[in-house]
Each structure stands twice: as C-alpha cells, then as structure tokens.
Design a protein around this ligand. Structure first.
Ligand SMILES: [Zn+2]
Length: 309
C-alpha cells in the first residue's frame, strides 16, 4: 500500500511538472524509473555506482532534464565520497534549497528544478571549501563543449560590489561577474556578517572570462579605471574595511601584471592603496545582491570610469 502511495505521488509530481508545458516536459516523461526516482523524487544513487564518479575528461556537465550547463570539468575534484564532487558551479546554474529538516542543503538545477544532490560547505577539500555532491544520473556529460572549461576567473575588490560588477560585466569576453566576499576568517559569510561583524572579508567580485577574448591585463586596467585606487579608507561614500581596494591573485603572472600596472599609476603621481593579496576562498553574496543595476536599473553611485592608462 505504502509503495502504491509513493508511486502515485511520483506520478502526481511528474504530471504537475509536465503540465506547466515547459520545454523540457517531454524529456521528463522519457526518464527511466530510476532516473525519476533521483531527479524528481529526490532520491540518491548508490555510492560509487554512478558513471561520473571518477571522470576527469575536459567538458561540461549538463542537466539531464533541461540540458542547461551546470558544471565544468574544472569544478570537479576527487573526494572519495562515492559521488561526483564539484567545488563550484557555472554561475547561476545551481539553486540551493535547505532540506525540510534544516540539516542539509539540497541543490537543484536553477532552470528546471531537477534534483542534483546536496551541497556541503566548510569540509576543507579545496580552496573554495564547498562540495556539490551530485548524482551522476542527474547529469549528462558533454565533451564537445570543452572550450567552456578554458574559461578563467579573476577577483577584484574595489568598494561596493554592485558598482564593480556593473562595469566589469560590460567588458567583451567576460561571461559572468558574481558579487561576493573574500579574504576574511568567517566561513560562508552573509552580507550582514561582513557589514556588522568585521569578519575581515572584502566585498569582492568573481569575473569569469574567456582568456582568448580578453586578457587579464585588460580586466585589471578596467578595474583600476572604474574605482579610485588611491582611497585608503573605503570607496567613495562607503567607508570601512570591507570596501578597501585589493586584487586577489592566483598566479605569479597575475601578481606581476598587477604590480606592473600599479607602477605605471605611481609613475603618473598616484599614491596607490590597492593591496595585492593571494587568492582565498570566495563566497557568493546573497542572490539579491547579484546583477543589482541590471535588475534595478540606474547607474552606480560609487563608481565611475576615469581614464588612467
Ligand atoms: Zn535542468
């Protein structure tokens, strides 16, 4: 009887999802019973049983239902936990939903709501301190889109992240800019933690870019031109340690580029306050901070473009 109720519920959920007539409704109906069990009914495949547990090929992992690109092979790492593990997702592709019991956080495809697995933070596997534990059966792997995995990330802090995001997002070759926090002690900080508790984090943006279309140096030059790198106590009207000017570098080449640009600015008489800091874990800010000016309209109050190079 209980089994019958579960089957009826499954059919009900499937039907209600399909009734929306979303473009992926047909695909949903094609799923096998096992796939539905995981993707629709939020089940979990057996540890070490999935086909992508140990894959290391370059490419893109996509949602089995709606085909949205969710993870790149650069996000994947080996965790020995028995399921494919990713320490980050393609920006905006994955939505986090706290479980009803409040103990774990579910991850679903942001586009269609397909169940992926759960996300765990603070385990220390990688620098990003995040593990997306994903069911292989929720994914399709696309080797052909390997170019996507050559995208790189750069990190800049220049005051209120809304303004920095606004300008850097306009650069050709930039795929996505995410507002967040870097450089502090607290794990998984929220906006109000950083604002009130002096966690040591700086408001920082993560720039996902295609190095074949735009160079790191171009991004960095733009960064130095859209904020005042000489202000020592914050940026514009925003005063406080979270608004300081800094570049977080992950390679020697990035550090060299930034130091070269700072020298050029100094040769022009600017007393540059920008700090060059080794990369630390990046934490995305709350969804309502993302793409602020694109959603709300208007232009930044705290940033404007000044030609300096
Ligand atoms: Zn999807």
């Amino acid at each position: 009887m209980r089994k019958m109720i579960i089957i009826l519920m499954a059919i009900g959920i499937t039907l209600s999802m399909a009734q929306d007539m979303k473009p992926w409704a047909a695909q949903l109906n094609k799923l096998s019973t096992f796939e539905k069990n995981v993707i629709v009914n939020k089940g979990t495949e057996r540890a070490f049983s999935g086909k992508y547990v140990n894959t290391t090929d370059k490419g893109v992992y996509k949602c089995k239902v709606c085909d949205a690109a969710l993870y790149t092979s650069d996000d994947k790492f080996s965790s020995d936990c028995g399921w494919p593990s990713f320490d980050g997702a393609i920006p905006g592709a994955i939505k986090e939903v706290p479980d009803a019991d409040g103990r774990r956080t579910e991850i679903v495809c942001a586009n269609c709501g397909a169940h992926m697995g759960h996300v765990f933070k603070g385990e220390g596997y990688t620098k990003k301190n995040t593990r997306h534990c994903v069911n292989s059966v929720s994914l399709n792997f696309d080797k052909k889109k390997a170019t996507e995995s050559t995208l790189k990330k750069a990190y800049f802090a220049g005051g209120c992240f809304w303004g920095v995001e606004y300008y850097l997002e306009k650069i050709k070759g930039v795929k996505e800019v995410t507002s967040g926090f870097m450089g502090g002690q607290l794990k998984n900080p929220g906006y109000y933690d950083v604002m009130r508790k002096k966690t040591g984090h700086l408001e920082t943006v993560e720039v996902l870019y295609d190095p074949k279309k735009v160079s790191y140096e171009t991004l960095a030059k733009t960064f130095f031109e859209i904020h005042d790198p000489t202000q020592i106590d914050g940026q514009g009207p925003d005063i406080g340690s979270q608004y300081l000017s800094a570049v977080f570098v992950s390679t020697k080449a990035e550090r060299k580029t930034i130091e070269k640009l700072i020298k050029i600015l100094e040769s022009k008489g600017l007393k540059v306050a920008t700090k060059v800091i080794p990369l630390a874990p990046f934490y995305s800010a709350e969804a309502y901070h993302q793409n602020h000016y694109m959603r709300k309209g208007g232009t930044p109050y705290c940033h404007r473009r000044v030609k300096r190079f």
